[in-house]
Unconditional design. Structure first.
Length: 233
């Protein structure tokens, strides 16, 4: 993040939570012997109104994440003046893929070849992560471990996509440190076929410290910064 926070707005609860998480991230990075600047923090703003995203932007946030296409599309349009980087982090229907390309700079959830194919384009490349499913439940999203390499190869041969690395969500019933160790090993496998794709998108409000310790480069943090999500559905 390049811009400094404005002192006048630093007293809001949102500003305080953002500062606390930034501090927690910096501490966890230093504890892991890593530089905080090498981490990208994406504030996941799903269910929150565009006005909250605007407040975050005023506090210096440049990367925001959404998990539903329609909501993301509306907010990106409403906030087009802000020059935010939109990250799509949710499960994505192939028929919506081309629309997501129009506003998202990064898609974190490539999990099947049909979705990769739907994102093929001769236009400018967008960045993408292959999502690894750390559970046995296909409904959780992500590619099964055994299908990781074929999917990576598919991304590499698809025009319009630049593979950054691997993304995962820690299962509810596993120690985050163990889960993220599995992600780290998956990242090594990815880099064997895609040497530049060394990024790891992992770590949420409850487990970003463990993710940083395991090498995460992109953190996706919602409630610890935004506060509880309004229940919209
Ligand atoms: C909602 C969401 C997050 C953020 O979760 P919090 O627990 O609120 O930090 C991160 N990643 C994905 C894929 C999400 O859907």
């Amino acid at each position: 993040m390049t811009t400094s926070t404005s002192p006048t707005s630093s007293s809001s609860p949102l500003a305080e939570r953002l500062a606390a998480v930034r501090g927690g991230i910096a501490d966890a990075a230093r504890a892991a012997g890593r530089a905080p600047e090498e981490l990208t923090t994406i504030v996941v703003t799903k269910f929150h109104p565009a006005s909250l995203v605007r407040e975050l932007a005023a506090l210096g946030v440049e990367d925001v994440g959404e998990n539903r296409h329609q909501e993301a599309q509306e907010k990106a349009a409403e906030l087009a003046d802000l020059n935010l980087r939109w990250h799509f982090v949710g499960q994505l229907q192939s028929k919506k893929a081309r629309q997501v390309r129009r506003y998202a700079r990064v898609i974190h959830s490539l999990d099947r070849s049909s979705l990769v194919d739907a994102l093929a384009s001769d236009e400018a490349e967008i960045d993408a992560f292959v999502q690894l499913n750390l559970t046995d439940d296909p409904a959780r999203g992500g590619v099964a471990d055994r299908d990781l390499e074929p999917l990576v190869e598919r991304v590499l041969e698809t025009p319009g996509l630049r593979l950054l690395g691997v993304m995962a969500v820690a299962p509810l019933d596993e120690e985050p440190a163990r889960a993220f160790e599995r992600v780290r090993r998956a990242s090594e496998r990815v880099q064997r076929i895609a040497p530049g794709a060394s990024a790891i998108s992992a770590g949420m409000s409850q487990d970003y410290r463990e993710a940083i310790a395991a090498g995460a480069t992109h953190l996706r943090i919602g409630t610890a910064i935004t506060g509880n999500r309004p229940t919209l559905r």
